[in-house]
Write a protein that binds this ligand. Sequence first.
Ligand code: DUC
Ligand code: ZN
Ligand code: ZN
Length: 479
Amino acid sequence: MTVLIKGGTVVNADRSFRADILCENGLVSAIQETIEASKNVTVVDAGGQYVMPGGIDPHTHMQLPFMGTVTSEDFETGTAAGLAGGTTMIIDFVIPGPQQDVMEAYHQWREWAEKSVSDYSFHVAITWWDDTVNKAMGTLVNEYGVNSFKHFMAYKGAIMADDEILVSSFTRAIELGAIVTVHAENGDLVFRLQQKLFEQGLTGPEGHPLSRPPQCEGEAANRAIRIAEVLGVPLYVVHNSCRQSLEAITRARNEGQRVFGEVLAGHLLVDDSVYRDEDFEVAAAHVMSPPFRSKEHQEALWHGLQSGNLQTTATDHCCFCADQKAAGKDDFRLIPNGTAGIENRMEVLWHHGVGTGRLTMNEFVAVTSTNAAQIFNVYPRKGSIAVGSDADIVVWDPEATKTISAKTHHQKIDYNIFEGMTVKGCASHTLSQGKVLFANGKLDVERGAGRHINRPAFAPYYDALQRQALQAEPTPVRR
Ligand code: DUC
Ligand code: ZN
Ligand code: ZN
């Protein structure tokens, strides 16, 4: 399929310019002020619209077995919903169970993802440690295009990584040229607070945020940052929800440390009053970790994004329907954690970010696509409209308005955390691999058309290796 996107303004992270774009064989083949349409070319009229790199959501959980159930959204429906909102690539997570063989888990997730309709890649979680895990990390980096490893500092008794695991895994990541990521919440504290609140009779979803205060997140973020600092490994902190973790990241960045921070669209726009809703279904629908926070935290997160101390936006798309959330009717600790958002991330960010003047259009592209591509090493194949890049493109209509609702969204979940929000600016067309898969409200996708995207290792971290060598061979004091 050859597609010509005509009449639009190209918006990349670094600049905007008027140009037509030709897409052939899945790639951008030409960008010129005017390209004439030849025969057999599909023309997308982008007059009055912006043409931007397709969104990259670096944090999703499709088809995740979690808390006794499996998310309602799988890789096919989830990537399709992403396309409807302008997102053309996800980075999902392989999460081995405690003691599960890491390679076995990896192959299982790869098989599940084969039905994706757009491109995908995987972070791999390190949930336990022994020599086989150490070896698997090497195999994943050297043979399977994995360059990022995730660590859950919460979920005690399940997938939590304690400090010993963090130190082992971070050390291995340095040798391999991989980046490490953390879900930063102090799992021991959360466990203790959950127990205490439940014993005090607080069994409903309002207990969820109380059991996971911002201090738990700030402590864990700071701990991971300091461990990463000592070992010299680059660190990416996922879903920062509060001032405390943002401050830890900002401090470290000011000290010259290579630390990156992600923020979810939900954490920017939904506040913690939802947990006090009298309808259990509504309150439970918002149970995710870390929880939604007060407006003061939201404001801090916007500032983090504006200042560049937070570089990426994601969704933690992790869908559970009301019947699944009901597992925690009498005990908030059993409500499966997760909310949706892949379809709405870009439009709510545009409306509340670009529409309010908090972000420029170029910054919008940076935080929805380019920065993730650079941090996770798929740039400029992804995250840029350039000759030779993948033709993953969103045509953005800045004048279109839409009211978000679970009744009309494509996400496979019966609730939308942005329900009733009217946004101005949304995707009119989304192209993946040079094919128009979403146009004017309609999806036209092919199961299995998505590809696994290899992400090569980074250049060796020489300074970290040197520092380690110095630590390994300290100079004794002559006495
Ligand atoms: N948080 C969630 O809300 N769901 C999945 C995993 C996570 O960390
Ligand atoms: Zn998480
Ligand atoms: Zn997550």
